[in-house]
Design a binder for this molecule. Structure first.
Ligand code: NAP
Length: 299
């Protein structure tokens, strides 16, 4: 019987583990993929207090080691279901069933897909969701990005230094990205904006060769590109819990700043919680709050 099972080894989940282990609670972290969450793909974190310019990988690795060194058990299994039995809870993974007194859900969010017919087949063969991970494969080539938020604009600026030309395709004609990024975007000569438009088709045999872009009036054009970076936001990874845990219409787990879900002893931390600011600093903050609330419940 664990005191706390934390689902997700991103910044929120690993921060929770630091707090629960420092309170000497028997803690298990379950992670489906690899530690670090989304931040692992960030080349340089410039807005986290006291650690300017640290890479996402270094940040995640230091956090992982800190949690491990405090005695956190970390197991790489996918959680498929959770159950509440009042006095204890069960966490069912693809391999095992674990019992625990409290649960902290820190599963974050995954990349939203365009849901084009052959999008999945082209992943790694021209389609990517991470410019900082895959951008260097497109040195000197022409690439496109779909999206109009901070990620899409940061990707466009990053890729414009590597690729020959970058098409930034956005479904509206105004961006939801920060003003500073929009200003920088307009200074780049090799970025072409295609507004009020969507990528509607992917062409190619073995790898992506071109995309079809359709504008609001239904007019289409084909653009030859070697890469398409899809940066249209994220969706929370909560579908395995939503029978027990209340989520909003977009799938985010409903909880206030105290990180309490609708079930006693189950908390949520990080990007999968309903909130207005999803940043690294708010994820680690949630991790601390959820852990302290779980410790209070246990005591
Ligand atoms: P986002 O802010 O949600 O923006 C998503 C963009 O994709 C929007 O422009 C949206 O269009 C578009 N979009 C959404 N669904 C679409 C669809 N089905 N088809 C076509 N376009 C679609 O996502 P994000 O840029 O990944 O950012 C996520 C969060 O991380 C934000 O809070 C952001 O501020 C933060 N972030 C911060 C930084 C930083 O501080 N440096 C860097 C990256 C991200 P509409 O505008 O028309 O809705």
């Amino acid at each position: 019987m664990y005191d706390v099972i934390i689902v997700g080894a991103g910044p929120a989940g690993l921060t929770s583990a630091i707090y629960t282990r420092r309170a000497e609670k028997k803690t298990l972290v379950l992670e489906a993929m690899s530690y670090g969450g989304q931040i692992i793909n960030t080349l340089s974190i410039d807005n986290y207090p006291v650690a300017p310019h640290i890479s996402g990988f270094d940040f995640a690795t230091k956090l992982y080691e800190q949690a491990k060194n405090l005695g956190t058990e970390i197991v790489f299994e996918e959680v498929v279901h959770i159950q509440d039995h009042n006095t204890y809870k069960e966490v069912i993974t693809n391999k095992n069933t674990y019992q625990t007194k409290t649960i902290i859900l820190a599963t974050g969010a995954k990349n939203r897909k365009l849901n084009l017919p052959n999008e999945k087949e082209f992943i790694g063969k021209g389609v990517s969701y991470c410019a900082t991970c895959d951008g260097s494969f497109y040195r000197g080539k022409e690439v496109a990005i779909q999206g109009g938020g901070n990620t899409a604009l940061e990707d466009a600026l990053y890729l414009s230094d590597i690729a020959k030309k970058v098409y930034l395709i956005h479904r509206r004609d105004t961006f939801r990205a920060d003003e500073t990024l929009i200003r920088q975007l307009h200074l780049k000569e090799n970025i072409e904006l295609i507004c009020n438009s969507m990528v509607t088709k992917l062409n190619g045999d073995e790898a992506l060769e071109s995309i079809v872009v359709t504008n609001h009036n239904g007019v289409t054009k084909t653009i030859a590109v070697a890469g398409l970076f899809i940066a249209i936001g994220r969706v929370p990874e909560t579908e395995n819990f939503n029978q027990l845990i209340h989520t909003d219409a977009s799938g985010y787990i409903v909880a206030g700043e105290d990180c309490h879900t609708n079930v006693d002893g189950i908390y949520v931390a990080g990007d999968s919680r309903t909130k207005s600011v999803r940043q690294l600093v708010t994820a680690t903050s949630d991790g601390a709050v959820a852990a302290i609330e779980a410790i209070r419940y246990l005591n």
